[in-house]
Design a protein around this ligand. Structure first.
Ligand code: AVJ
Ligand code: FE
Length: 429
């Protein structure tokens, strides 16, 4: 049992490091240390930060071992330096960062060999700290993928195209009543997903699929960006100040909309979920369409609640971990899949693509669930509660399965759109 857990953790650590290596070996030294956008860290910062968090939690805390590099903790503390300032720090050079992360990993594999998964020690029970570190590295891998998308120059990443879609329209009625939101049983769920609690959600309708490029382009063509009627006061102020006219990375072309994707310019695919929109754009589109964004509880009920049993599932399709046929995750493709591409991943009620493709903005701010306790550190979630953050659900094509499940909560400022963010609409039943 414990041997299986050790092997499973080692495999996850290795699989995750392979992704980090792919993302950082794909570019030259200059591209690693350069800042591609003031919103992002230099890739070499993410690389060493991933190693430093692994050292702090697994080498020092879980393993009780001596520090590898105590002197660099401050440089790689995300709260000490804003992203825009990170390129000017005396960061480890790419070769040093690679050597550092490799040294830490060697020690971690040794700790993993010897650790007792003591149920009385919450940090290691069920391998939690290892799962947290796998998720942390995967989250930074997704951030690095977003940095790749912002990077100028010739393409360096490639992947097969996602599966094609099917006709997919309309709304699904989710009946009213109680369901269990959040979890006490997901072994690697982070503190903000806990505890499980019952929420009464009145009946509502939710779109069967995320909002597509074609639908979003209709909003643009209808003058949606020029009509304050559809925008909240804050949203309109931001739309004016930031000069928003279309999703990030879109290009207006006489031949129709195009977008730049990882260094390639392509015609906008009409049936793909729209991506790289901020919360204010999502809010405005929904108002124009006569709808609204779902609340976070509505989103999770649509994704997890099984009307036949009244149980909340781990994923829309059931309790089994994601396979390629269920959802577009893990950078397997470098784009969201057209709507209808994952019939095997639909919820019992028939809601598609809740997991993978694009993160979905919901109307709710990032708040603790009733009974929340910070674990294992306040800086993961607690310090963000009550701030200017909106929740995103479901993961994107750039989210790994290890960092995605029906209960997983992401959050960002409502103006952000360099992330792989889209949305779907809802309305009253
Ligand atoms: C949960 C994605 C908002 O990237 O800022 C990474 C995850 N926390 N390192 C982020 C995280 C610390 C976090 N998000
Ligand atoms: Fe981090």
């Amino acid at each position: 049992m414990s041997r299986d857990l050790r092997l499973a953790i080692a495999a996850e650590l290795e699989r995750t490091r392979a992704r980090t290596t792919l993302l950082t070996d794909a570019v030259d030294e200059d591209d690693l240390i350069r800042q591609h956008s003031p919103l992002m860290s230099p890739l070499v910062w993410d690389l060493a930060h991933v190693g430093n968090q692994e050292e702090l939690w697994l080498v020092r805390d879980v393993g009780g071992r001596d520090p590898v590099r105590h002197d660099i903790d401050e440089l790689y503390d995300a709260f000490k330096h804003a992203r825009r300032d990170r390129p000017d720090l005396p960061l480890l050079k790419p070769a040093e960062a690679r050597a550092y992360t490799a040294t830490v990993r060697d020690k971690v594999l040794d700790v993993l060999d010897r650790v007792r998964f003591d149920p009385a020690r919450r940090l290691v029970d069920g391998g939690f700290a290892f799962g947290m570190i796998v998720q942390h590295e995967q989250q930074h891998d997704e951030t690095m993928l977003a940095t790749h998308q912002l990077r100028a120059g010739a393409p360096v990443l490639s992947a097969p195209p996602p599966p094609s879609g099917h006709e997919m329209n309309g709304e699904i009625l989710i009946t009213g009543g109680k369901f269990v939101m959040g979890t006490d049983t997901e072994p690697w769920a982070l503190d903000n997903e806990r505890p499980a609690h019952t929420v009464d959600v009145p009946a509502f309708r939710i779109d069967a699929a995320p909002t597509t490029n074609e639908q979003y382009a209709a909003f643009i063509d209808a003058g949606g960006y020029d009509d304050p009627r559809w925008w909240s006061e804050r949203g309109w102020a931001h739309r004016i100040k930031a000069g928003l006219e279309h999703p990030l990375h879109w290009l207006r072309d006489p031949g129709g909309w195009h977008y730049r994707r990882f260094g390639r310019v392509e015609p906008v695919h009409p049936r793909e979920p729209v991506v790289h929109v901020c919360w204010f754009e999502a809010e405005a589109y929904a108002a124009w369409a006569g709808k609204r964004l779902p609340t976070e509880a509505e989103w999770e009920k649509a994704a997890r609640w099984d009307p036949a049993t009244g149980r909340s599932r781990r994923y829309p399709w059931g309790d089994d971990p994601p396979e390629a046929r269920h959802a577009n995750l893990g950078q397997r493709h470098l784009a969201p899949a057209p709507v209808g591409a994952y019939p095997d991943g639909a919820s019992p009620a028939g809601v598609h693509q809740l997991i993978g493709d694009v993160w979905e903005w919901v109307s709710s701010g990032f708040e603790p669930y009733p009974g929340f306790t910070a674990f294992p550190y306040r800086e993961y979630s607690e310090v963000f509660f009550g701030g200017d953050y909106k929740v995103l659900r479901g993961g994107s094509f750039g989210t790994d399965a290890a960092a995605c499940r029906g209960t997983f909560r992401n959050w960002d400022h409502p103006i952000r759109r360099q992330i792989f963010s889209g949305f779907r609409c809802a309305r009253a039943a």
